[in-house]
Design a protein around this ligand. Structure first.
Ligand SMILES: Nc1ncnc2c1ncn2[C@@H]1O[C@H](COP(=O)(O)OP(=O)(O)OP(=O)(O)O)[C@@H](O)[C@H]1O
Ligand SMILES: O=C(O)[C@H](O)COP(=O)(O)O
Length: 399
């Protein structure tokens, strides 16, 4: 696989206009950024370029405005949080192309940082329209992509722009790819994957790819029910995609051919209501009552999962083992996460996790900082784990 250029290849850039694609698609509540992780992750690239006296021009999307300006998706709402994280003034231009952008850039001094308005306020962004990409390119001399979490989108600012300007990967892009490569590209074996979450339907490609790459695949969460049902187990009222029984059997057959052990729950925590503190009990997997649902995997299953984590040298994790948002159905996820964290701290495990709910679950377990790498990407992390080429990464390797 050809390498891409990084900031190490960028010298003598004082006064150059560097267009930096970042992911500022952060959660906001009542006008305030509630989680600045993505901003923190791109800060090193921005600082490095600013310290090298470049004119740093940030390009990003926010929300899904569908090619029209939408007031509550303006990046002006995010600019103060970017300033806070960088502890540096961040100027703002009310459009990412045309006169507002040009005027703001003309006023920049070396080392200044400017944020341009949401690229998705233009239809050309998501269409990857070459004319729109050219209009963006007019404002820069160099392009740096530091938005791994948006690299699964072939949009003008994530893909097209690299065809117009000398293109480089930013530090976060570089770090994400190196961590994922360690997790799945060229892992230290045995490698164990934990896949949980609600549904099989959203993760079929992921499961199919993983069984060919990992030594053991632990399936938990709601999606385990589909696999259990496919083996003839009555899962009662549990979340289950009965129409995917055939797909589940195919995944298990592929796993067998590839020599990958499939680890399914042997017991479960059942309840009759989906709410915190609902009356619950632990039952063997073949004893789920017809009127109950399994909301977490049980203690014997956790023991089995933790045994696999103990055997593993590398762990990749996407999706919680149970309905972790409501106690006590967070127990299995928390216990497995803590075990993985302990092994990681002891230097015995490389642990890589990604996915919005997964990262929230690891924070809930208090161990997110202990994992080797937590990806800030949702869709991009999944597509990478599915073995797909990400257009935003691919273009950096080939231009
Ligand atoms: N047994 C279960 N029954 C019902 N829902 C479950 C069960 N186990 C897990 N879930 C739900 O699965 C959801 C998380 O799954 P998801 O696949 O979305 O995770 P993710 O990939 O980390 O997140 P995202 O899609 O946000 O990136 C949670 O809302 C959780 O409550
Ligand atoms: O939040 C994300 O996963 C990325 O910013 C991509 O956003 P999108 O799913 O709206 O393209």
């Amino acid at each position: 696989m050809p390498a891409f250029k990084t900031l190490d290849d960028l010298n003598d850039i004082a006064g150059k206009r560097v267009l930096v694609r970042v992911d500022l698609n952060v959660p906001v509540s009542e006008g305030r950024v509630t989680d600045a992780t993505r901003i923190e992750r791109v800060a090193p690239t921005i600082r490095e370029l600013s310290n090298k006296q470049a004119k740093v021009i940030l390009l990003a999307h926010f929300g899904r405005p569908k090619g029209e300006p939408v007031a509550d998706m303006s990046l002006s709402l995010i600019a103060p949080a970017v300033e806070d994280v960088l502890d540096h003034a961040v100027f703002f231009a009310a459009d990412c192309i045309g006169q507002p952008a040009e005027e703001a850039i003309a006023k920049m001094n070396n080392g200044d940082i400017l944020l341009l308005e949401n690229t998705r306020f233009h239809k050309g962004e998501e269409k990857n329209d070459p004319e729109f990409a050219a209009a963006l390119a007019k404002n820069g001399d160099i392009y740096v992509n530091d938005a791994f979490s948006a690299a699964h989108r072939a949009h003008a600012s994530t893909e097209g722009l690299a065809r117009h300007l000398p293109a480089y990967a930013g530090r976060t892009m570089q770090e994400e790819l190196e961590a994922l490569e360690k997790g799945l590209g060229n892992p230290t074996r045995p490698v164990v994957a934990i896949v949980g979450g609600a549904k099989v339907s959203t993760k079929i490609d992921l499961l199919m790819n993983l069984v060919t790459k990992v030594d053991a695949l632990v399936i938990g969460g709601g999606m385990a029910n589909t696999f259990l049902a496919a083996q003839g187990i009555d899962v009662g009222k549990s979340l289950c995609e009965h129409d995917l029984a055939e797909t589940a059997r195919k995944i298990m057959a592929e796993a067998e051919t590839a020599g990958c052990s499939i680890v399914l729950p042997v017991d479960g925590v059942i309840a009759r209501e989906f709410k915190a503190g609902a009356e619950n009990e632990v039952v063997a997997i073949d004893a789920i009552p017809a009127d109950a649902m399994m909301l977490d995997v049980g203690p014997k299953s956790v023991e089995k999962i933790n045994d696999w984590i103990s055997k593993a040298q590398t762990l990749v994790w996407n999706g919680p083992l149970g309905a972790f948002e409501i106690e006590p159905f967070d127990t299995a996820t928390v216990e497995a996460a803590r075990h993985a964290a302990e092994r990681t701290r002891a230097g015995k495990l490389i642990s890589v996790a990604g996915g919005g709910d997964t990262v929230a679950a690891l924070h809930h377990a208090g161990v997110a900082e202990d994992f080797t790498y937590i990806s800030t990407a949702g869709g991009a992390f999944l597509e990478w784990m599915e073995g797909k080429e990400l257009p935003g990464v691919d273009v950096l390797r080939h231009v």
